[in-house]
Design a protein around this ligand. Structure first.
Ligand SMILES: CC(=O)N[C@H]1[C@@H](OP(=O)(O)OP(=O)(O)OC[C@H]2O[C@@H](n3ccc(=O)[nH]c3=O)[C@H](O)[C@@H]2O)O[C@H](CO)[C@@H](O)[C@@H]1O
Ligand SMILES: C=C(OP(=O)(O)O)C(=O)O
Length: 417
């Protein structure tokens, strides 16, 4: 099993190019199921989760062509098996995103029910509630969500909480429904907006995306289109945190500052100097960071997917940072691993109190989930001595060549078996 070996203490200097967003690419690849024409995508990140989605679609009979690793052509003109099997869903929860498109276009779907994962129980009851409101019959049988509907009907859906993939699944389903669907309490995340823009290029009638009320007027059919996946704001934020923790000056290219205002505000509060243009962000960190308080909430507030990386930053900051996780019930698994490197973190339910120490010391630590892994890499870059991060298959789900990108800005980091 691969590990990352990091020799910390080197400031980071140079440029990193940001990849396309995992959380936009995955739903957009699944949107290819909504038409028999070809959907052409560029800026698709080269990630394990993208590969899993490719396998999932190919298993159904969808033709997925990738001449260049970042360009995909998806043609769903011969879909034979309307099923997302357990062995793929268990490795990637986002597989649930085939449910809405399959049901809308083919009238039936069987998707293995995703179980809980390292960060929480993560039920999909809101996806099901929304599809039922649109007239689908849904039952849970043998570990699968089995859904059928002759043709989905437009409905007004109010989700109990803001759910990103829930909004995406229902928005995709509604594009081919009969009549108008309104999703209230919709997620406003940039990845939802990117998906909506791709669907509009495919002929969908959607308005309100980016607000908490999305209105979709169903059409008879969607057609082929071309779309470029937006930059990954979480990868961007992760490298900014790495540069803030290890200190130095790093320029991120092919990204957009407007996607991560809340994160940039916290980095400024921590003492980082930031400049940004249309498609770049420059961060310089000249001194020890100051601890910041963080409360995770749906977009546009501070993202839960950046909480672990800020915990690593707070771990070496001056002062005490209070971190509240309000989205997932078990997203502090990195805290005990950071403590093995000398961090002082007290976790009480949804709150972690992080008292910064002058220096962390390298240790062997274990990654428990995707962003927890990223926080251990950041801690390793800032720590004295050698850190080995075990179980980095989590990282490979969501970061494209992280060791190569960090190596280019001077990090001493290598992948070892
Ligand atoms: C592939 C993808 O885009 N993943 C992102 C997506 O996950 P994902 O879409 O799975 O997360 P949700 O936004 O759905 O979850 C938000 C909260 O709602 C709860 N919930 C959600 C749906 C539901 O039917 N019932 C329910 O109770 C969840 O358990 C969680 O507590 O948004 C999360 C929150 O920004 C991010 O951390 C993930 O990176
Ligand atoms: C939690 C995440 O992803 P997923 O929803 O795919 O588990 C993430 O990207 O941080």
């Amino acid at each position: 099993m691969d590990k990352l070996k990091i020799n910390g203490g080197m400031p980071l200097e140079g440029e990193i190019t940001i990849s396309g967003a995992k959380n936009a690419a995955l739903p957009i690849l699944c949107a290819g199921l909504l038409t028999s024409d070809t959907l052409r995508l560029t800026n698709v990140p080269q990630l394990k989760d993208v590969l899993t989605t490719q396998k999932l679609l190919q298993g159904m009979g969808v033709r997925v062509m990738t001449d260049n690793v970042h360009e995909f052509e998806i043609t769903a003109n011969q879909v034979e098996r309307l099923i997302a099997p357990y062995d793929l869903v268990k490795t990637m929860r986002a597989s649930i995103l085939v449910l809405g498109p399959m049901l809308a276009r083919f009238g039936e779907a069987a998707v293995s029910l995703p179980g809980g994962c390292a960060i929480g129980a993560r039920p999909v009851d809101q996806h099901i509630k929304g599809l039922e409101a649109m007239g689908a019959e849904v039952r849970i049988e043998n570990g699968y969500i089995k859904a059928s509907a002759r043709r989905l009907k437009g409905a007004r859906i109010v989700t109990d909480m803001v759910t990103v993939t829930g909004t995406e699944n229902l928005m995709m389903a509604a594009t081919l429904a009969d009549g108008i669907t309104t999703i209230e309490n919709a997620a406003r995340e940039p990845e939802v907006v990117d998906l909506a823009e791709c669907l509009i290029r495919m002929g969908a009638k959607i308005r309100g995306h980016g607000s908490d009320s999305i209105v979709i007027e169903g059409v008879e059919r969607l057609h082929g289109a071309e779309h470029t996946v937006l930059p990954d704001r979480i990868e961007t934020g992760t490298f900014l945190c790495a540069a803030a923790a290890a200190r130095g000056k790093v320029l991120l290219r092919q990204t957009r500052a407007g996607l991560l205002d809340a994160v940039l505000d916290k980095l400024r509060e921590a003492g980082a100097h930031l400049e940004a243009g249309d498609d770049w962000i420059l961060l310089e960190m000249r001194e020890r960071p100051r601890a910041v308080n963080v409360r995770t909430l749906p977009y546009p507030a501070f993202p839960t997917d950046m909480q672990a990386q800020f915990m690593a930053l707070n771990a070496i900051a001056a002062g005490t940072g209070i971190m509240s996780e309000t989205i997932f019930e078990n997203r502090f698994m990195h805290a005990p691993e950071l403590a093995r490197m000398g961090a002082r973190i007290a976790v009480d339910g949804h709150t972690a109190v992080v008292t910064g120490v002058e220096k962390l010391s390298g240790a062997t630590v274990m990654a428990t989930d995707l962003r927890a892994s990223a926080s251990l890499v950041i801690a390793g870059l800032a720590a004295e001595g050698e850190t080995v991060v075990d179980r980095i298959y989590h990282l490979d789900r969501g970061y494209e060549h992280i060791e190569t990108k960090l190596g280019r800005v001077g990090a001493r980091i290598e992948r070892i078996a």
